[in-house]
Design a protein around this ligand. Sequence first.
Ligand SMILES: *Cc1c(COP(=O)(O)O)cnc(C)c1O
Length: 361
Amino acid sequence: MKVNLTPNPSPVSDADRTAKIAEGGFGKHYTDNMVIANWSEADGWSDATLQAYGPITLDPATAVFHYGQEIFEGMKAYTQPDGSISLFRPEANAARFARSAARLALPEMPIDFFVDTVKELVKQDRKWTPTQVGESLYIRPFMIATEVGLGVRPSNKAMYLLIATPASAYFNASKAVTVWISTEFVRAAPGGTGEAKCGGNYAASLVAQKQAATQGCDQVVWLDANERKWVEEMGGMNLYFIKGVGKEATVITPKLTGTLLPGITRDSILTVAKDLGYKVEETMLSIDDWREGVASGEITEIFACGTAAVITAVGAAKSVHGTWPTGNGEPGPITMEIRNHLLGIQHGTVADKHGWNVKVC
Ligand SMILES: *Cc1c(COP(=O)(O)O)cnc(C)c1O
Protein backbone atom coordinates (compact mmCIF):
# COMPACT_ATOMS: atom_id res chain seq x y z
CA MET A 1 0.00 0.00 0.00
CA LYS A 2 1.22 3.44 -0.80
CA VAL A 3 0.11 7.01 -0.27
CA ASN A 4 -1.06 8.77 -3.46
CA LEU A 5 -0.46 12.48 -3.33
CA THR A 6 -3.18 14.79 -4.64
CA PRO A 7 -2.58 17.74 -2.33
CA ASN A 8 -4.84 20.74 -1.87
CA PRO A 9 -4.34 22.97 -4.95
CA SER A 10 -5.20 26.10 -2.96
CA PRO A 11 -3.57 25.94 0.49
CA VAL A 12 -4.10 28.90 2.81
CA SER A 13 -1.75 31.84 2.34
CA ASP A 14 1.41 32.16 4.43
CA ALA A 15 -0.14 35.10 6.28
CA ASP A 16 -3.36 33.18 7.10
CA ARG A 17 -1.47 30.11 8.24
CA THR A 18 0.84 32.17 10.45
CA ALA A 19 -2.18 33.90 12.00
CA LYS A 20 -3.93 30.58 12.61
CA ILE A 21 -0.87 29.04 14.24
CA ALA A 22 -0.44 32.16 16.38
CA GLU A 23 -4.02 31.86 17.64
CA GLY A 24 -2.90 28.86 19.66
CA GLY A 25 -5.36 26.63 21.46
CA PHE A 26 -5.95 23.03 20.55
CA GLY A 27 -7.85 21.72 17.54
CA LYS A 28 -9.15 25.04 16.30
CA HIS A 29 -7.52 25.02 12.87
CA TYR A 30 -6.56 22.10 10.66
CA THR A 31 -3.83 21.84 8.06
CA ASP A 32 -4.45 22.05 4.30
CA ASN A 33 -4.58 18.30 3.77
CA MET A 34 -5.79 15.00 5.19
CA VAL A 35 -5.25 11.35 4.37
CA ILE A 36 -7.96 8.77 3.70
CA ALA A 37 -7.67 5.02 3.13
CA ASN A 38 -10.49 2.52 2.82
CA TRP A 39 -10.67 -1.13 3.83
CA SER A 40 -13.11 -3.81 2.90
CA GLU A 41 -13.30 -7.42 3.97
CA ALA A 42 -13.21 -8.47 0.33
CA ASP A 43 -10.26 -6.37 -0.86
CA GLY A 44 -8.32 -5.41 2.29
CA TRP A 45 -6.66 -1.98 2.40
CA SER A 46 -6.72 0.36 -0.57
CA ASP A 47 -3.90 2.78 -1.22
CA ALA A 48 -4.18 5.91 0.90
CA THR A 49 -4.85 9.30 -0.66
CA LEU A 50 -3.48 12.59 0.62
CA GLN A 51 -6.02 15.23 -0.43
CA ALA A 52 -7.45 18.61 0.53
CA TYR A 53 -8.82 18.75 4.09
CA GLY A 54 -12.61 18.90 4.04
CA PRO A 55 -15.94 17.31 4.95
CA ILE A 56 -16.69 13.70 4.13
CA THR A 57 -20.12 12.39 3.15
CA LEU A 58 -21.53 9.29 4.80
CA ASP A 59 -24.85 7.50 4.58
CA PRO A 60 -26.91 8.10 7.75
CA ALA A 61 -27.11 4.32 8.25
CA THR A 62 -23.30 4.01 8.43
CA ALA A 63 -22.35 1.65 11.27
CA VAL A 64 -20.14 4.07 13.24
CA PHE A 65 -23.08 6.43 13.90
CA HIS A 66 -25.09 3.71 15.58
CA TYR A 67 -22.74 1.36 17.39
CA GLY A 68 -19.66 3.48 17.99
CA GLN A 69 -17.17 1.21 16.25
CA GLU A 70 -14.31 3.74 16.20
CA ILE A 71 -10.69 4.05 17.32
CA PHE A 72 -8.16 6.87 17.30
CA GLU A 73 -4.59 7.87 18.09
CA GLY A 74 -2.89 11.07 19.20
CA MET A 75 0.71 11.84 18.32
CA LYS A 76 2.95 14.82 17.68
CA ALA A 77 5.57 16.20 15.30
CA TYR A 78 8.16 18.58 16.76
CA THR A 79 10.41 21.16 15.14
CA GLN A 80 14.10 20.37 15.77
CA PRO A 81 16.89 22.91 16.33
CA ASP A 82 18.08 22.53 12.69
CA GLY A 83 14.59 23.28 11.40
CA SER A 84 13.80 19.67 10.50
CA ILE A 85 10.68 17.95 11.83
CA SER A 86 10.56 14.70 13.82
CA LEU A 87 7.80 12.42 15.03
CA PHE A 88 8.02 11.03 18.56
CA ARG A 89 7.81 7.20 18.69
CA PRO A 90 5.34 6.86 15.78
CA GLU A 91 5.71 3.06 15.66
CA ALA A 92 4.39 2.90 19.21
CA ASN A 93 1.23 4.73 18.10
CA ALA A 94 0.95 2.42 15.08
CA ALA A 95 1.24 -0.66 17.29
CA ARG A 96 -1.37 0.63 19.74
CA PHE A 97 -3.68 1.55 16.85
CA ALA A 98 -3.46 -2.07 15.68
CA ARG A 99 -4.25 -3.36 19.19
CA SER A 100 -7.20 -0.97 19.50
CA ALA A 101 -8.44 -2.12 16.08
CA ALA A 102 -8.32 -5.76 17.16
CA ARG A 103 -10.37 -5.00 20.30
CA LEU A 104 -13.03 -3.04 18.35
CA ALA A 105 -13.25 -5.68 15.59
CA LEU A 106 -11.80 -3.22 13.07
CA PRO A 107 -9.07 -4.16 10.57
CA GLU A 108 -5.48 -3.86 11.74
CA MET A 109 -3.44 -1.44 9.69
CA PRO A 110 0.12 -2.51 8.85
CA ILE A 111 2.60 -0.52 11.02
CA ASP A 112 4.59 0.78 8.03
CA PHE A 113 1.47 1.87 6.17
CA PHE A 114 0.24 3.80 9.23
CA VAL A 115 3.61 5.51 9.74
CA ASP A 116 3.93 6.31 6.02
CA THR A 117 0.57 8.11 5.99
CA VAL A 118 1.65 10.21 8.97
CA LYS A 119 5.02 11.04 7.40
CA GLU A 120 3.41 12.09 4.11
CA LEU A 121 0.92 14.40 5.83
CA VAL A 122 3.61 16.00 8.00
CA LYS A 123 5.87 16.42 4.96
CA GLN A 124 3.10 17.99 2.90
CA ASP A 125 1.89 20.31 5.67
CA ARG A 126 5.25 20.89 7.38
CA LYS A 127 4.76 24.67 7.37
CA TRP A 128 1.96 24.14 9.91
CA THR A 129 4.38 22.84 12.55
CA PRO A 130 4.96 25.53 15.20
CA THR A 131 8.55 26.10 16.20
CA GLN A 132 8.66 27.03 19.90
CA VAL A 133 9.47 24.56 22.70
CA GLY A 134 6.22 23.02 23.95
CA GLU A 135 4.53 23.63 20.61
CA SER A 136 3.94 20.91 18.03
CA LEU A 137 1.82 19.62 15.20
CA TYR A 138 -0.80 17.38 16.81
CA ILE A 139 -1.73 14.45 14.57
CA ARG A 140 -5.00 12.59 14.86
CA PRO A 141 -5.30 9.24 13.04
CA PHE A 142 -8.68 7.51 13.41
CA MET A 143 -10.74 4.72 11.93
CA ILE A 144 -14.49 4.31 11.60
CA ALA A 145 -16.79 1.43 10.65
CA THR A 146 -18.38 2.33 7.30
CA GLU A 147 -20.64 -0.59 6.42
CA VAL A 148 -24.12 0.76 5.73
CA GLY A 149 -26.91 -0.99 7.60
CA LEU A 150 -28.33 -1.27 11.10
CA GLY A 151 -27.44 -4.90 11.73
CA VAL A 152 -25.21 -5.27 14.77
CA ARG A 153 -22.08 -7.02 13.52
CA PRO A 154 -18.44 -6.21 12.89
CA SER A 155 -18.40 -3.87 9.91
CA ASN A 156 -17.14 -5.31 6.62
CA LYS A 157 -15.91 -1.85 5.59
CA ALA A 158 -13.77 0.71 7.38
CA MET A 159 -12.29 4.11 6.66
CA TYR A 160 -8.99 5.40 8.04
CA LEU A 161 -8.51 9.16 8.25
CA LEU A 162 -5.64 11.35 9.31
CA ILE A 163 -5.85 15.04 10.19
CA ALA A 164 -3.44 17.46 11.88
CA THR A 165 -3.72 20.66 13.89
CA PRO A 166 -1.08 23.03 15.26
CA ALA A 167 -0.91 22.85 19.07
CA SER A 168 0.38 25.57 21.32
CA ALA A 169 1.99 24.77 24.66
CA TYR A 170 -0.86 24.16 27.03
CA PHE A 171 1.16 23.63 30.15
CA ASN A 172 0.38 26.07 32.92
CA ALA A 173 3.59 26.26 34.93
CA SER A 174 1.96 28.12 37.77
CA LYS A 175 -1.10 25.99 38.35
CA ALA A 176 -1.70 22.39 39.36
CA VAL A 177 -5.07 20.91 38.40
CA THR A 178 -7.55 19.88 41.07
CA VAL A 179 -9.15 16.45 40.74
CA TRP A 180 -12.43 14.81 41.68
CA ILE A 181 -11.93 11.14 42.54
CA SER A 182 -15.07 9.46 41.23
CA THR A 183 -16.48 6.58 43.25
CA GLU A 184 -19.73 6.63 41.26
CA PHE A 185 -18.55 6.25 37.65
CA VAL A 186 -15.83 4.02 36.22
CA ARG A 187 -13.90 4.46 32.98
CA ALA A 188 -13.03 0.84 32.36
CA ALA A 189 -13.85 -2.62 33.70
CA PRO A 190 -11.97 -5.91 33.34
CA GLY A 191 -12.71 -7.40 29.93
CA GLY A 192 -13.96 -4.04 28.63
CA THR A 193 -12.34 -1.57 26.25
CA GLY A 194 -10.16 0.38 28.73
CA GLU A 195 -6.90 -0.62 27.04
CA ALA A 196 -8.16 0.44 23.60
CA LYS A 197 -8.13 4.04 22.41
CA CYS A 198 -11.76 4.24 21.31
CA GLY A 199 -14.19 7.13 21.24
CA GLY A 200 -16.71 5.16 23.28
CA ASN A 201 -14.45 5.28 26.34
CA TYR A 202 -14.51 9.05 26.13
CA ALA A 203 -18.27 9.26 25.50
CA ALA A 204 -18.84 7.26 28.68
CA SER A 205 -16.45 9.46 30.68
CA LEU A 206 -18.02 12.85 29.99
CA VAL A 207 -20.72 12.68 32.66
CA ALA A 208 -18.02 12.09 35.30
CA GLN A 209 -16.03 15.02 33.94
CA LYS A 210 -19.17 17.13 34.30
CA GLN A 211 -19.57 15.93 37.87
CA ALA A 212 -15.96 16.87 38.60
CA ALA A 213 -16.68 20.39 37.32
CA THR A 214 -19.77 20.57 39.55
CA GLN A 215 -17.47 19.73 42.46
CA GLY A 216 -15.23 22.63 41.49
CA CYS A 217 -12.53 20.32 40.11
CA ASP A 218 -10.66 20.47 36.78
CA GLN A 219 -10.45 16.74 36.10
CA VAL A 220 -11.84 13.38 37.14
CA VAL A 221 -9.69 10.59 38.61
CA TRP A 222 -10.74 7.02 37.80
CA LEU A 223 -10.66 4.15 40.26
CA ASP A 224 -10.83 0.42 39.46
CA ALA A 225 -14.30 -0.97 38.73
CA ASN A 226 -14.28 -3.83 41.25
CA GLU A 227 -13.23 -2.27 44.53
CA ARG A 228 -13.42 1.45 43.69
CA LYS A 229 -10.17 1.71 45.56
CA TRP A 230 -7.19 1.48 43.18
CA VAL A 231 -6.12 4.63 41.37
CA GLU A 232 -6.04 4.15 37.59
CA GLU A 233 -5.98 7.36 35.52
CA MET A 234 -6.93 11.03 35.38
CA GLY A 235 -9.34 11.97 32.58
CA GLY A 236 -7.53 10.87 29.42
CA MET A 237 -4.09 10.85 31.01
CA ASN A 238 -1.94 8.46 33.07
CA LEU A 239 -0.85 9.37 36.61
CA TYR A 240 2.51 9.57 38.40
CA PHE A 241 3.28 9.90 42.12
CA ILE A 242 6.64 10.97 43.57
CA LYS A 243 7.63 9.64 46.99
CA GLY A 244 10.47 11.39 48.77
CA VAL A 245 12.65 14.27 47.65
CA GLY A 246 15.84 14.83 45.65
CA LYS A 247 17.71 11.98 44.02
CA GLU A 248 16.43 9.51 46.64
CA ALA A 249 12.88 9.95 45.37
CA THR A 250 10.89 7.11 43.84
CA VAL A 251 8.79 7.76 40.76
CA ILE A 252 5.65 5.63 40.84
CA THR A 253 2.88 4.96 38.33
CA PRO A 254 -0.16 2.67 38.58
CA LYS A 255 0.67 -0.62 36.90
CA LEU A 256 -1.12 -1.72 33.74
CA THR A 257 -3.83 -4.09 34.91
CA GLY A 258 -5.76 -4.32 31.65
CA THR A 259 -8.11 -1.47 32.49
CA LEU A 260 -5.57 1.34 32.06
CA LEU A 261 -4.74 2.87 28.71
CA PRO A 262 -1.04 2.12 28.13
CA GLY A 263 0.17 5.66 27.43
CA ILE A 264 3.28 6.20 25.34
CA THR A 265 4.11 9.24 27.48
CA ARG A 266 3.73 7.04 30.59
CA ASP A 267 6.10 4.49 29.07
CA SER A 268 8.61 7.17 28.03
CA ILE A 269 8.62 8.69 31.53
CA LEU A 270 9.45 5.32 33.11
CA THR A 271 12.64 5.38 31.02
CA VAL A 272 13.35 9.11 31.43
CA ALA A 273 12.98 8.93 35.23
CA LYS A 274 15.42 6.00 35.33
CA ASP A 275 17.86 7.89 33.09
CA LEU A 276 17.67 10.83 35.52
CA GLY A 277 18.70 8.52 38.37
CA TYR A 278 15.37 7.93 40.10
CA LYS A 279 14.00 4.63 41.27
CA VAL A 280 10.86 3.82 39.32
CA GLU A 281 8.01 1.55 40.29
CA GLU A 282 4.86 0.31 38.57
CA THR A 283 2.47 -0.74 41.29
CA MET A 284 -1.10 -0.59 42.58
CA LEU A 285 -1.79 2.55 44.58
CA SER A 286 -5.03 2.97 46.56
CA ILE A 287 -6.93 6.14 47.44
CA ASP A 288 -5.92 5.46 51.07
CA ASP A 289 -2.25 5.36 49.99
CA TRP A 290 -2.83 8.70 48.24
CA ARG A 291 -4.55 10.36 51.20
CA GLU A 292 -2.13 9.00 53.81
CA GLY A 293 0.88 9.63 51.58
CA VAL A 294 0.15 13.31 51.15
CA ALA A 295 -0.86 13.66 54.83
CA SER A 296 2.44 12.18 56.05
CA GLY A 297 4.44 14.07 53.44
CA GLU A 298 5.76 10.88 51.85
CA ILE A 299 4.07 11.71 48.53
CA THR A 300 5.66 14.99 47.51
CA GLU A 301 4.45 15.48 43.93
CA ILE A 302 1.74 14.16 41.62
CA PHE A 303 1.40 14.67 37.90
CA ALA A 304 -0.59 13.40 34.94
CA CYS A 305 0.85 12.69 31.49
CA GLY A 306 -0.27 12.21 27.91
CA THR A 307 0.65 13.29 24.40
CA ALA A 308 -1.59 16.36 24.28
CA ALA A 309 -0.48 18.15 27.47
CA VAL A 310 2.73 16.08 28.00
CA ILE A 311 2.79 16.71 31.80
CA THR A 312 0.27 18.44 34.06
CA ALA A 313 0.83 18.88 37.77
CA VAL A 314 -1.92 17.56 40.06
CA GLY A 315 -2.74 19.46 43.23
CA ALA A 316 -5.71 19.04 45.53
CA ALA A 317 -7.81 15.88 45.36
CA LYS A 318 -11.44 15.74 46.40
CA SER A 319 -13.80 12.79 46.84
CA VAL A 320 -16.78 11.70 48.93
CA HIS A 321 -14.17 10.76 51.54
CA GLY A 322 -12.90 14.33 51.86
CA THR A 323 -10.41 16.75 50.39
CA TRP A 324 -6.66 16.58 50.61
CA PRO A 325 -3.98 18.82 49.10
CA THR A 326 -0.60 17.96 47.53
CA GLY A 327 2.23 20.47 47.39
CA ASN A 328 1.62 24.18 47.12
CA GLY A 329 -0.50 24.24 43.96
CA GLU A 330 2.53 24.53 41.68
CA PRO A 331 4.40 21.81 39.76
CA GLY A 332 7.12 20.27 41.94
CA PRO A 333 10.84 20.15 41.09
CA ILE A 334 10.92 16.50 39.94
CA THR A 335 7.78 17.02 37.83
CA MET A 336 9.52 19.95 36.12
CA GLU A 337 12.80 18.07 35.70
CA ILE A 338 11.07 15.11 34.01
CA ARG A 339 8.94 17.40 31.88
CA ASN A 340 11.89 19.48 30.69
CA HIS A 341 13.95 16.38 29.94
CA LEU A 342 11.18 14.71 27.94
CA LEU A 343 10.33 17.91 26.04
CA GLY A 344 14.05 18.38 25.41
CA ILE A 345 14.25 14.94 23.78
CA GLN A 346 11.14 15.65 21.71
CA HIS A 347 12.53 18.99 20.52
CA GLY A 348 16.03 17.64 19.91
CA THR A 349 17.79 19.71 22.61
CA VAL A 350 18.47 16.69 24.87
CA ALA A 351 20.26 13.59 23.54
CA ASP A 352 17.79 11.02 22.17
CA LYS A 353 19.53 7.95 23.66
CA HIS A 354 16.67 5.60 22.91
CA GLY A 355 16.12 6.47 19.26
CA TRP A 356 12.61 7.81 19.87
CA ASN A 357 12.66 10.63 17.33
CA VAL A 358 11.92 9.73 13.72
CA LYS A 359 12.97 12.43 11.30
CA VAL A 360 10.37 13.22 8.62
CA CYS A 361 11.72 16.17 6.69
C1 LIG B 1 -4.44 8.54 25.05
C2 LIG B 1 -4.68 8.26 26.47
C3 LIG B 1 -3.67 8.36 27.45
C4 LIG B 1 -2.29 8.87 27.14
O1 LIG B 1 -1.61 8.14 26.18
P1 LIG B 1 -0.37 8.80 25.42
O2 LIG B 1 0.08 7.73 24.49
O3 LIG B 1 0.64 9.12 26.43
O4 LIG B 1 -0.89 10.00 24.73
C5 LIG B 1 -3.97 8.02 28.75
N1 LIG B 1 -5.21 7.63 29.10
C6 LIG B 1 -6.22 7.55 28.20
C7 LIG B 1 -7.55 7.10 28.66
C8 LIG B 1 -5.98 7.85 26.86
O5 LIG B 1 -6.98 7.76 25.98
